[in-house]
Design a protein around this ligand. Structure first.
Ligand code: NAP
Ligand code: MG
Length: 503
């Protein structure tokens, strides 16, 4: 395995051209450099080489972008457009993502490191589908008429109804693990509901989001409605989260930064939705079909190099089948083809950055120091790029950092349990997070009993990491506030106005 192996997907002429142009940001319909002129380097994590430079936006750029979004919301044509016109623009974004699917998949794989086969089959298709799904809601955002009884005005009659109105200017901040898809999850509903937006892309992976901004322009999103910035968290994300002209912040990222966002937004009580970290339990009962459960549990943690907020990172296996399942998962881990994302046969790519590689390696060291044992994996692959072996840790205890903290890498802890009892449920729920969970079983009664007791926003049964634009996703506990996708996400971007008329 080598970052420059032959057999890599050749970049399309359109992708080469896109990468050869200096990367600017979109403010008020114009592509421009950061006010300071500063840029930062963008890397290919398969070999550490620079693939481009992006604008290092700061407070001044944030201010320009927010003012553009404010003006577009308060005065622009966006709010006068019919719901149908808006829906058609959102639909067209989905169509254009499909039209440029291969370019987007290449950019995503190059910048993030993920296997191109995955970028093609998952990231790009899900992003397009999200816009197509959301487009249909534009014409179905409805209030209701409400019968009033007002006991202190006997005999008086009222006509009362509610209106659902866009919340206003939204600041959105996203992470690097699914750069295009996270942008789609955010932009689909924000545009559908008629809000305007300033989106800050993750510093590690700005490329596909910038291309998506061009696509949105091509689809007819008016100037100022969508503003897209690149830059670092402190200089660019923080002033966005605190900007007084922003009505709402939608953030996806770590729980740690989520708490900073809450503080920044609290000054003027901005509305907030948060999609944060996880340490999700994945439970295999002894009646499970192991032909489904073993590959399922392996892909629950190793998909996307383990850089999934919902990763099944704490595996619980019933005692009777523990050895067999562990053998199977270790074998599956060893069989994963690790390599550069642009190799079409790659199943697992590099971690996204040097920082992330160091972070995950730090967890592996702390696990070893604490007495955890690597059943398989635990080491770096090669000496270029950020490749790590898929790793299965056993002999972990509840106090260990590898067991409690979100590693965000291809590392699972596995522990046995005796019975499906209160103690198993306590152990499964013994985390500050509550994003997702998994159950593998063939017993319907056990599945439903367990599903109702797991304190997590998603329970996958005999499957894992199944996402759909129609299915709400989000966290209990410190995994977040609110839900993405489905009809539920619209609530994040709408205000309810009650209108009461004396007749
Ligand atoms: P992160 O460090 O929290 O960063 C997320 C975003 O916030 C980035 O754009 C980052 O900028 C920005 N940021 C950093 N500090 C900030 C500050 N003080 N104010 C405002 N913005 C700031 O997370 P990450 O490492 O990119 O992503 C991994 C995390 O995301 C994991 O915890 C994962 O579980 C979570 N995640 C959750 C979901 C979900 O749906 N629940 C989905 C995907 C990922 P930079 O570009 O400078 O880093
Ligand atoms: Mg990169």
């Amino acid at each position: 395995m080598d970052g420059n192996d032959g057999g890599l997907t050749a970049l399309s002429p359109a992708v080469r051209k896109f990468l050869s142009q200096p990367k600017q940001v979109l403010i008020n319909g114009k592509w421009q450099s950061a006010q300071s002129g500063k840029t930062f380097e963008v890397f290919n994590p398969a070999n550490g080489e620079i693939i481009g430079h992006a604008a290092a936006c700061e407070k001044d750029d944030v201010d320009l972008a927010v003012r553009a979004a404010r003006k577009a919301f308060d005065e622009g044509p966006w709010r006068r457009m019919t719901a149908s016109e808006r829906g058609r623009i959102v639909w067209k974004i989905g169509d254009l993502i499909l039209k440029y699917a291969e370019d987007l998949a290449q950019l995503e794989s190059l910048d993030n490191g993920k296997p191109i086969a995955v970028a093609r089959a998952a990231d790009v298709l899900l992003a397009a589908d999200l816009f197509h799904y959301m487009a249909g809601w534009a014409t179905k955002i409805e209030g209701s008429t409400i019968p009033l009884s007002v006991p202190y005005t006997p005999g008086a009659e009222y006509h009362a109804y509610t209106r659902k109105e866009p919340i206003g200017v939204v600041g959105q901040i996203i992470p690097w693990n699914f750069p295009l898809l996270m942008a789609a999850w955010k932009l689909g509903p924000v545009l559908t509901t008629g809000c305007t937006v300033v989106l800050k892309l993750a510093e590690e992976t700005p490329m596909s989001g910038l291309r998506l901004a061009e696509i949105c322009q091509e689809a007819g999103v008016p100037d100022g409605v969508l503003n897209v910035l690149t830059g670092f968290g402190e200089p660019c994300g923080a002033p966005l989260a605190a900007h007084p002209l922003v009505d709402k912040i939608a953030f996806t990222g770590s729980t740690e930064v989520g708490k900073l966002i809450v503080k920044a937004a609290s000054h003027d009580l901005k509305k907030l939705s948060l999609e944060l970290g996880g340490k999700s339990p994945n439970i295999i009962l002894d009646d499970a079909d192991l032909d489904i459960a073993i590959p399922g549990a392996a892909s629950a943690i190793f998909f996307n190099q383990g850089q999934c907020c919902a990763a099944g990172s704490r595996l619980f296996v019933q005692e009777k089948i523990y050895d067999k399942v562990m053998d199977g998962i270790a074998k599956a881990a060893r069989g994963i083809k690790v390599g550069p994302g642009l190799d079409p046969s790659t199943q697992m790519g590099p971690l996204v950055s040097q920082i992330q590689f160091d972070r995950v390696s730090g967890f592996l060291k702390s696990g070893a120091d604490d007495g955890a044992k690597a059943l398989t994996g635990g080491k770096r692959i090669g000496d270029r790029g950020y490749f790590l072996e898929p790793t299965v840790l056993v002999d972990t205890t509840e106090k260990m950092s590898v067991y409690q903290d979100e590693i965000f890498g291809p590392v699972v802890t596995a522990t046995p349990f005796k019975e499906l009892d209160d103690d198993l449920i306590r152990r499964a729920n013994d985390t500050v997070f509550g994003l997702a969970s998994g159950i593998y079983s063939t017993n319907a009664s056990k599945i439903h009993r367990l599903a109702s007791r797991l304190r997590a926003g998603t329970v996958w049964v005999n499957c894992y990491n199944i996402f759909d634009a129609a299915l709400p996703f989000g966290g209990y506990k410190q995994s977040g506030w609110g839900r993405e996708m489905g009809q539920e996400v619209l609530k994040n971007y709408l205000e309810t106005k009650s209108v009461c008329i004396s007749l």
